[in-house]
Design a protein. Structure first.
Ligand code: F6R
Length: 264
């Protein structure tokens, strides 16, 4: 696990976009796992800029999003479909046939639908690079606390903390979704390389428990300790409860000297 400490969200976005861009340049038909949410906005802005400058081609990239709210059609302004369209897909040349986002409008037979999402990932050869945010409660995707570490794509009930965090995005009186379709922790652990991004004090406890705490279903992101290639890219505020900060900085120095590819 590599911990990249940055000053702020801008630096985090630039670093993450740089790593994704390098991966796409190395493998133009990269399978990229994507996340929605505020933390990703800057990353997508940087990727769009690189594309517009002519230095990043998405024409062969295949994408799989982590999750979608149950009950929201793609055109709903709060759906992750809409978020992805607005922030990334409308501005780059990903082939629409290569875009996969769980369908929030499915009804019944959820298991069959979720198995087909897993099958699509397998058929694409697996996810090469997975981008993750993290919830205040340590969720990745919508794998809320107590999610099984071996879980696969499935219907998941959202926790109260997540409902509270989301309520601000919905109009007063508008009911926010109570469930989502999400890749499982087991699905995420099978991806080739993981980049987890976090900013702000509100994420600091979840970050400390994920990186330095025991692996526990109480903090879904702690399961990432079981993955061989995870990079946390976090700002000072999100890193504020880490106890091994000096060590991470020394590792970063040595990484820049010995294996600079991991940083660019
Ligand atoms: C979104 C997702 C979630 C978010 C997390 C952080 O696709 O899977 O796990 O990454 O809730 O959200 P923000 O970035 O809005 O704080």
């Amino acid at each position: 696990m590599l911990v990249i400490l940055k000053r702020d969200g801008q630096e985090i976005s630039r670093q993450a976009a740089q790593l994704i861009a390098s991966a796409v340049r190395k493998k133009p038909a990269l399978t990229l796992g994507l996340a929605a949410g505020g933390t990703m906005v800057g990353v997508y802005q940087h990727l769009v800029t690189l594309h517009k400058q002519g230095s990043l081609d998405f024409s062969r990239v295949v994408t799989f999003n982590l999750d979608e709210y149950l009950g929201l059609p793609a055109a709903h302004p709060r759906s992750f479909h809409h978020f992805m369209q607005e922030n990334l897909f409308a501005h780059v040349n990903v082939d629409p046939r290569n875009i996969h986002i769980p369908d929030g409008t499915i009804r019944g037979n959820y298991d069959q639908y979720c198995a087909s999402y897993e099958e699509a990932i397998r058929k694409a050869g697996g996810i090469d690079v997975q981008l993750l945010g993290i919830g205040r409660n340590g969720h990745i995707g919508f794998n809320e606390p107590t999610s099984s570490i071996g879980s696969r794509t499935r219907l998941k009930v959202l926790s109260q903390e997540t409902l509270d965090d989301n309520s601000k995005f919905f109009a007063p009186g508008e009911e926010s979704p109570r469930c989502a379709i999400t890749m499982g922790i087991g699905t995420i652990l099978e991806t080739g390389k993981i980049l987890l991004l976090a900013t702000g004090e509100a994420k600091s406890a979840a970050i400390a428990r994920s990186i330095e705490g025991p692996v526990t279903s109480a903090v879904s992101a702690s399961a990432l300790q079981l993955h061989p290639d995870v990079t946390f890219i976090i700002d000072d505020a999100a890193a504020s409860q880490l106890t091994q900060r000096d060590y991470y900085l020394r590792v970063l120095e040595m990484t820049a000297l010995l294996t600079p590819d991991r940083l660019s």
